[in-house]
Design a protein around this ligand. Structure first.
Ligand SMILES: Cc1ncc(C[n+]2csc(CCOP(=O)(O)OP(=O)(O)O)c2C)c(N)n1
Length: 301
């Protein structure tokens, strides 16, 4: 992040980092920008206030999987639904780190944690599928181990108008070490990661063992790399069905898609609010007293 921000040509004093509660939420302290460390799950609400009243600011929400998807789930989906111009970064380590290793909404079924010693019997939430359901206009994923890819995703998120949601697959060396190792370690990631690039075919795997993804019968299927019907990635998927298939690909035994899953153009919440306020102001000075005494008010008889 510290490498990316100076390249965005936004003055330092225009950045605001807003976090909730968790290890990830200490992030604003490391930034030398404006910021707030707020309350559990409520960063999107506070950040919405900042962005709507100051649309010129670059406002970032920093969150963990527990913070964003459990206690803050409701706030997260409504910020995305409204298309508030926030850059929401979800550090997903599949565990509650700060409270010492309880399971979270993204912990896998069967995960043994401090609070699920016999294995979790919950089904996990898929953050990108959730973001799609909330009609988020920019949805992407990267990993903590790939600085170059992460920097590219942060820069793409920064320039998006409306809500940008970026999931970062994040290790927790203390309570969930190896959380995503099959997608980050040399020798494994080459097999298991599918890089999404707009207009490029969905192919993955090391040289000599390349495979592709085709969409057939409403399902994503792995096929040989020379198959004629390999799907071509489209960020601008207005229907959303294709993006949904990709958002669950790893959960269905396929590779982990990294990159921009979906990117849509839609006016931001703060722009619509601003336009509405300007239109109301253009009608001239208001008169609260006259409004209250106008015809359509409560009357006691
Ligand atoms: C209202 C409230 N409920 C519960 C807590 C306890 N609590 C602090 S952090 C946390 C979960 C953090 O997990 P996550 O968001 O995954 O962040 P990480 O620490 O892994 O970065 C919980 C439940 C709290 N601080 N406030």
């Amino acid at each position: 992040m510290q490498k990316v921000l100076p390249e965005l040509e936004i003055p330092r004093e225009n950045f605001v980092f807003v976090s909730g509660i968790g290890c990830a939420s200490r992030f604003p302290y490391y930034m030398e920008t404006y910021g707030f460390h707020t309350i559990h799950g409520r960063a999107p609400a506070i950040a919405t206030g900042v962005k709507v009243t100051n649309p010129e600011l670059s406002v970032w929400v920093i969150s963990g999987d527990g913070d964003a998807l459990s206690i803050g789930g409701n706030h997260l989906i409504h910020a995305m639904r409204r298309n508030v111009g926030l850059k929401i970064i979800l550090f997903n380590n599949r565990i509650y780190g700060l409270t010492k290793g309880q399971y979270s909404p993204t912990s896998l079924a069967g995960a043994r944690t401090k609070s699920t010693p016999f294995g979790s019997v919950d089904y996990p939430l898929h953050p990108l599928a959730l973001a799609l359901g909330a009609e988020c206009t920019f949805i992407a994923r990267t990993t903590d181990r790939d600085q170059k890819h992460m920097a590219a995703m942060l820069a793409e998120a920064a320039k998006h108008e409306g809500t940008a949601f970026l999931e970062i697959l994040q290790n927790c060396i203390v309570f969930n070490d190896g959380a995503w190792h099959q997608y980050t370690e040399k020798g494994m990631k080459e097999q298991n990661v599918l890089y999404l690039e707009d207009g490029k075919p969905l192919v993955f795997g090391p040289e000599g063992d390349r495979k592709g993804i085709r969409i057939h019968d409403f399902k994503a299927e792995i096929v040989p790399a020379d198959s004629p019907d390999i799907a071509v990635h489209r960020e601008n998927d207005t229907h959303g069905g294709y993006a949904f298939l990709l958002s669950r690909l790893d959960a269905e035994g396929g590779p982990m898609p990294l990159g921009v899953l979906r990117r849509m153009k839609r006016p931001s919440f703060e722009k619509l609010v601003d336009d509405q306020v300007a239109a109301a102001r253009a009608k001239g000075e208001g008169d609260l007293d006259a409004l209250l005494r106008s015809g359509d008010v409560w009357e006691h008889r």
